[in-house]
Ligand binder design. Structure first.
Ligand code: TYD
Length: 206
């Protein structure tokens, strides 16, 4: 039997990496083999693309080049890590995936959703998660968590204006509403263990 593929999505500072770790620990405690990973990145090739995308040296990329690079990083990640892990029956818990491209390069930067999905079809044969957990948080609360975590040092995309991030958050919610069978929307306010309990309830059926 193939493993399950669970993704955490949401804006900056909502707690995706903490919740990925807590979920992986809970699944391991039930005897499952779990691999945690992240995007952009997760493999040497994709981490190299991550450095290109998020580094603040140089002029950066336009929205189309950015979307292609995210799709290329994802293609390498899917082919060399995610599919082989799922095929051997282990679970994958990933911090960000396709819906981040849809929300940032689509909702934030204005590319067509159909184009982003086409890149995903070409790059990754359209592989979708079994469950996408969308963590939602009040923007002011998220901003203060980011300020604590990153001490004011922002990457190229995280540092974009508040209205960009508001479009990203709205886009995530639209995708979740359009595909309720693939998404679980989980409120990310409160203590990490409280959010973790909500996440576990959301993925219980898997
Ligand atoms: P990361 O450090 O993982 O951000 P966070 O800690 O907020 O999860 O950096 C990833 C950044 O890249 C983040 O700003 C979102 C952005 N991103 C996209 O724009 N498109 C994508 O497809 C992905 C995976 C990430």
């Amino acid at each position: 039997m193939t493993g399950r593929f669970i993704v955490f999505e949401g804006g900056e500072g909502v707690g995706k990496s903490t919740q990925s770790r807590l979920l992986a620990e809970a699944l391991r405690a039930r005897g499952l083999e779990v691999v945690t990973t992240r995007e952009p990145g997760g493999t040497p090739g994709a981490e190299a693309i991550r450095a290109l995308l998020l580094g603040t040296d140089g002029p950066g990329f336009g929205a189309r080049a950015e979307a292609l690079l995210f799709a290329a990083a994802r293609a390498d990640h899917v082919e060399t890590l995610i599919r082989p892990v799922l095929a051997r029956g282990a679970w994958v818990v990933c911090d960000r995936y396709l819906d981040s491209s849809r929300a940032y390069q689509g909702g934030g930067s204005g590319l067509e959703d159909a184009d982003i999905l086409a890149l995903h079809r070409i790059g990754s044969a359209g592989l979708l998660p079994d469950c996408t957990v969308l963590l939602t948080l009040d923007p002011a609360e998220a901003a203060s968590r980011v300020a604590l975590r990153d001490a004011g040092v922002l990457d190229r995309i995280g540092g974009r204006a508040a209205d960009y991030h508001a479009r990203v958050a709205a886009a995530f919610l639209r995708y979740a509403q359009a595909e309720p069978e693939r998404f679980a929307v989980v409120a990310a306010d409160g203590a990490p263990q409280d959010v973790h309990a909500r996440v576990l309830a959301a993925v219980e059926t898997l």
